[in-house]
Ligand binder design. Sequence first.
Ligand code: AMP
Ligand code: MN
Ligand code: ZN
Length: 650
Amino acid sequence: MSDSATDDAAAADGPLDEVGATLRHIRDLVAESGSVWAQGDASVSEDAAEVGRWRRKLRPVRQAVLAVLETMAATLTASAAPGEHSSGRLDYDRLRERSDLVLEWVDSLLEEATGDAEERRRRQQQVVVRERDLWRERQPAAPGGQRRAVPSQWQNNLLPKPQTAWMVDNAPRPAGDDAFAERIRAAVQAPLPLPPPAANIAATPTGSGQHPPREQDTPFVLVETPAQLEQFFAHVRGDGRAPEQRPREIAVDLESHAHRSFQGFTCLLQASTRERDFVIDAIALRKELAGPESEFVRLLNDPSVLKVFHGADSDVLWLQRDFGPEARVCNCFDTGQAARVLNEPSLSLTHLLETRCHLRENDDGKVEADAGVAAPALDKRLFQTADWRIRPLPDSMLQYARRDTHYLLFIYDRLREELEARSAVDATDWLRVVRERSATVACQVYAVEPVSADGHVALAVRQRWRLSPEEMRVLAALFQWRDAVARAEDESPAYVMPNRIMYRLTRDMPRDEVSVVRVLNAMRVSSGGTPLELAGKRAADIAAAIAGALPPTEGESADGERTARVEHTDAAQLDGAAAAPTTEAGTASATANAAVPLTRIGSMFGRRRHLHANVDETAAASRKRVIESQGDASALDSKRARVTPGDTAI
Ligand code: AMP
Ligand code: MN
Ligand code: ZN
């Protein structure tokens, strides 16, 4: 029996007349909703990425509406068939579940649409503010004036993910053999270059000691193209100079992004020689920088060039993560390790800038006290959590990034003198100690985080959550779900599901999709800007993960059998029903509105089985509401098996 025949029969029969007409109407609406933007609405089409995003968001809503239709169609056709009254009875419970879900969804999308609009406005304002602040930065900065002008990585969720430009594999990958350890350790033996002549420091010694090179006296190069990168390497190689003029030390730092990526990725590489500062766009030039043959990796490997870092612990791992396992730092000097050996009261770069470079902070910013030259205020915390993916980079961020390496060779010189002075007193080679410790840092080998069997325990301990054994099982399931989704979607676990939402779900234990969506919506306000988009889309998986961690109730088992039987009926009915509406919708649309793609509704019905499985999971998970008291638990288990965390990885 074809679906159009059913519709016609219903129309003729009377009792189902209205329902049939409504069905057809809704179905056409769904079909049209898929092509709203294809028809070029001027008010939204200006931003193609935005349109694509909303189209993706609306897809599951359309699927859910179709699921409601399918249930109706199946139960209606079943009730029309003779002798099938028991199974054909309109399943109001399931219908209500499904339409509830659709409403929740539409609700949250509307909420988000409003939120997005606000976010966009805010960002536009931000750009304006930022430009004004940059100008102000060149003047004496107003106290606290531009602090908020730097976009935070936690809030910048609308930015397209730049890592789509390269392959990301988040499968756990243990650290390989440390083939470089010997070379890294051997580099400690190599003599360090002689301290640079004072003339190279670009400032005259005064009574209080030497001054660091001033930023405004140092050429600054932003490296964004392969040609500019080649100029950077030419400078570092000392092309066109006498060999002894070649830079022997180079200060290096990295800015990385973590929130919208599973492993994180390097956004900027900063490098300073004694003459120039470079900021390299590591996103744009990732391909050129990466690989065992790249000049950048060879520079890192080259023990004849000392690489000075401040706090290299993360940097040496990030280099391997992004530029290949060969991107190892041979001949590393970590000023953080030097500060440690010198028992500095603070190991921060800020402290070294203040004490070794005579930069001090006042209300207006950092001031090069002795030289009396103002350097603008750059709030370290603000920039450390900034979104380093954004392009073009605002001047304030560029300036901050540049400053992270600009003074570093000067600091190295000072710390080295101090280490040598100390060695003269107590006969320990402190410089050697620092170089060895730096080599140990550089010997760390990068691994892609393994899937942790007890990560949830660590989380609960860290967060001081007091959980029952049952809650711990739920948390474990949520933790595994989150890890799998984060890897598959290349997002941080914190973005997929912030901890406080894990906690809420662990405590509330919603076992069906609608209840999960409800919890997410309730938490949206307090999610601190994280849109919970992924969790919202996968509410059914979350519900299944929670239900799977809990013992089935008696009602559940009984309903499991019932659901399986109804599902079978649905499928059988819809197999016949699917082809016809496609054709009919296509024909109708072709007449009424040529812009409705003929394939769309067909493909939606084509995904019916997958859809069906999802929706049925909702029903299965909410079985506890339902009746009867005996049944087949294994049918349930096989349902759950479809929604294991691994499955959520699309
Ligand atoms: P830094 O070595 O201080 O320039 O920091 C390098 C990178 O570490 C930054 O780009 C951030 O990705 C990360 N980072 C440093 N401090 C923080 C922080 N407090 N919170 C989050 N990320 C940080
Ligand atoms: Mn750093
Ligand atoms: Zn930095």
